[in-house]
Design a protein around this ligand. Structure first.
Ligand SMILES: NC(=O)c1ccc[n+]([C@@H]2O[C@H](COP(=O)([O-])OP(=O)(O)OC[C@H]3O[C@@H](n4cnc5c(N)ncnc54)[C@H](OP(=O)(O)O)[C@@H]3O)[C@@H](O)[C@H]2O)c1
Length: 270
């Protein structure tokens, strides 16, 4: 399975680097021991991109990810974290909170730092300018955004001076396709990777009658159908959360097969 997982990676903006098609999420962790075991196993299976945020567990998720990174080795993980929009008012605040996050993660730099969602009290230009200080000071290798709509993304892309916006992490699933209208084509045109969060709708996909019917017909789990839909192209990736090794294995097996163009069309119209 590891070979299949490692061969299915997704482009990260124009960087020439790739991330796992499916990253491991850390929101709403119920049991830290189970989450630790699952994250370590996920990295071993080749799902070696981990997504966290200072908001998750008020810093506890970053600390947990720090323990995982220490266990598997820094070079084995592509590390993504996210900064709260309130921090973006000044360069000073961005660096202060960025350094605090790196301390919790136990690393010198992350691979990708995202603005968790736009700060409505600041211009996009101002927030991107302040956020770019993370690049100046070497706290991250790349920057990106999350929950930016089409116009906010374009403004962010046009505001950068030091580094490109390489990724926008947004809510996207086979049951929530709003981004397909405008955001998705615009992001792809600019080579900004779209990373779909909540791709299983926290379990809702498992109960969807049409998805269950397709699953029975093609003899593949609903979870794998739902995930394969949102990662069907080179600039489309996903981030999914599990604390259950059986669930993790089912998730990883998504990368052992792909949807036919006909099935993609059926799912597009769902
Ligand atoms: N940028 C943002 O604003 C934002 C917002 C939300 C989420 N995110 C990120 O995206 C990640 C994923 O999103 P999410 O946690 O909201 O939702 P999700 O990944 O769609 O769903 C997670 C839920 O699905 C269950 N699950 C996972 N694999 C399963 C399987 N094979 N069979 C049955 N159930 C399964 C998990 O339970 P078990 O643990 O029991 O497996 C968990 O309850 C988050 O953890 C976070 O890192 C980002």
């Amino acid at each position: 399975m590891v070979e299949a997982v490692l061969s299915k990676r997704r482009s990260l903006g124009n960087t020439g680097e790739t991330i796992s098609a499916i990253a491991l999420g850390t929101w709403g962790i119920r049991n830290e021991n189970d989450a630790f075991t699952t994250l370590v196993k996920g990295v071993e299976l080749g799902l070696n991109t981990i997504d966290t945020a200072e908001m998750y567990g008020s810093g506890r998720a970053e600390e947990l990810v720090g323990r995982v990174v220490k266990h598997v080795g820094r070079d084995s993980v592509f590390l993504i974290t996210k900064m709260l929009p309130d921090r973006l008012k000044s360069r000073y605040d961005v660096l202060k909170h960025g350094r605090a996050a790196l301390r919790r993660l136990g690393v010198d730099e992350v691979d990708l730092y995202l603005i968790h969602w736009p700060n409505p009290t600041l211009s996009i230009q101002e927030q991107v300018k302040n956020f770019e200080s993370l690049i100046d000071e070497g706290l991250t290798r790349y920057i990106g955004v999350s929950n930016f709509d089409e116009s906010e993304l374009v403004e962010a892309i046009n505001s950068t001076k030091k580094a490109d916006i390489v990724l926008n992490q947004v809510h996207y699933s086979v049951l929530r396709k709003e981004i397909e209208e405008a955001l998705l084509p615009t992001a792809l045109k600019h080579h900004v990777t779209i990373q779909a969060y909540t791709p299983l709708e926290r379990g809702e996909v498992l109960r969807h009658p049409k998805l269950v019917e397709i699953s029975t017909r093609i003899n593949k789990p609903v979870v794998q159908i739902a995930l394969n839909y949102v990662i069907r192209e080179p600039y489309l990736a996903a981030v999914v959360k599990t604390e259950n090794v059986k669930h993790l294995e089912e998730i990883a097996q998504t990368l052992e097969w792909g949807l036919t163009p006909d099935l993609i069309e059926v799912l597009r119209k769902l």
